[in-house]
Write a protein that binds this ligand. Structure first.
Ligand SMILES: Nc1nc2c(ncn2[C@@H]2O[C@H](COP(=O)(O)OP(=O)(O)O)[C@@H](O)[C@H]2O)c(=O)[nH]1
Ligand SMILES: [Mg+2]
Length: 377
């Protein structure tokens, strides 16, 4: 059940972003739009042209009517198949925009869901994406009438006295329930494995951070293994945990987790909570940033906000400023809150700073072990 799937012939897309002037700067809007362009390419469309508008207050059609006319003109001129909007649209707005523009309209959430559904590898990952997709679909069912009628409207599926929409809603609700049950089973299993690790007095580190910051490459260098690290958004969705050797006195593990992004759909964060629990149970979070990206401060804030939403505001963090090999500006000082115990510069690519990082992890582990001893005696 895909919310949005690119046809085999690649679709030509217009990208549209609007922001409220008070809440966002022009620089942020442009950054968000170029991120949307990355997402659109990852999803297999061809971004043709970008539009943005700074608004004084929100408008019902996401951008003003003048802008819509301009966009409509370009849809014809540039043979556009799809318009992609940079925020989650409410179902009515989406329908209204489709009526006005006479072309397929999708939003940032659908796009991200589509990429996740492409990338999901494991049974659990696939279930988590299905859950998010079903929840996204639920309030939009009225608009998807014809689509679902074909899908679920076969003989015998409709209950007595149900309209088609009610049947569709029921089918999706049932799907959500069954996926949630399957996920619960997987989660119970993982919890018991994790409990074993906790009992053995193991220190757990989790790599967290923006997508494409270098988490997987760092993970590979730390545990000398090879999981997919690629210049691509969300190349790894599943959490991988491995033993990490620091020294004879410390047993530790490190986990690589799914990356975050600005305006990451809440339903996705919710669905991925069980995978992210690996991070939730970390003793220390290793927050990796792409230090060569000029907008790293905004990205640190985005990640911290998601971590806080997951209830992780109190877990100690180390900031890993990665990709220093391609840094070509002088970064300003980073002011961090008290959850950060340290920061360090690395190049996962060249191996710079990794010895220092190991040393830092040893120090941090020793502190935690001492605290635990203190609690247990
Ligand atoms: N130049 C440079 N590239 C890096 C560094 N670390 C990661 N990369 C590249 O950045 C891209 C994303 O890396 P990846 O580990 O998949 O990021 P993740 O999404 O955070 O797991 C890949 O193309 C990596 O080769 C680094 O320190 N320097
Ligand atoms: Mg990765």
């Amino acid at each position: 059940m895909n919310t949005y799937k690119t046809e085999s012939k690649r679709e030509r897309a217009l990208l549209i972003s609007s922001q409220i002037r008070k809440a966002s700067s022009l620089k942020n809007t442009k950054e968000s739009l170029s991120e949307l362009e990355n997402l659109a390419t990852s999803a297999g469309t061809i971004p043709i042209k970008k539009f943005y508008q700074m608004l004084n207050k929100p408008v019902r059609t996401y951008v003003g009517s003048g802008k819509l006319l301009e966009i409509k003109h370009h849809i014809k001129k540039l043979r556009i198949n799809v318009c992609i909007f940079d925020d989650e649209l409410n179902p009515n707005t989406q329908k209204e925009l489709e009526n006005i523009l006479e072309v397929k309209v999708i939003d940032r959430t659908a796009l991200i869901l589509d990429i996740f559904s492409d990338r999901a590898q494991t049974h659990e990952g696939k279930l988590q994406v299905q859950l998010a997709q079903s929840e996204y679909l639920m309030p939009r069912l009225a608009g998807q009438w014809s689509h679902l009628e074909r899908l679920g409207g076969g003989v015998g599926t409709r209950g007595p006295g149900e309209t088609q929409i009610e049947t569709d809603r029921r089918l999706v609700r049932e799907k959500i329930k069954s996926v949630k049950n399957s996920l619960k089973k997987i989660e119970r299993n993982r919890t018991s494995q994790r409990r074993k690790r906790m009992n053995n007095n193991i220190i757990n580190f989790s790599l967290v951070g923006y997508t494409n910051s270098g988490k997987s490459l760092l993970f590979n260098s730390l545990v000398k293994t090879k999981i997919l690290s690629k210049d691509q958004l969300f190349s790894t969705l599943d959490t991988t945990t491995r033993k990490l050797f620091l020294n004879e006195n410390i047993s530790s593990t490190v986990s690589d987790t799914v990356g975050f992004i600005n305006k990451l759909p809440t339903i996705l964060v919710e669905s991925f909570k069980s995978t992210l629990e690996e991070a939730i149970n970390a003793d220390i979070l290793l927050h990796v940033i792409d230090y060569s990206n000029e907008n790293f401060i905004e990205k640190i804030n985005t990640v911290d906000k998601i971590l806080n939403d997951l209830g992780l505001s109190k877990v100690p963090k180390i900031l890993i400023k990665n990709k220093i090999d391609i840094l070509n500006f002088t970064p300003g000082e980073i002011v961090l809150d008290r959850s950060y115990i340290s920061q360090i510069e690395t190049s996962a690519k060249l191996g710079d700073g990794l010895d220092k990082l190991r040393h830092l992890l040893i120090k941090a582990s020793e502190t935690i072990i001492n605290e635990r001893d203190y609690i247990y005696v």
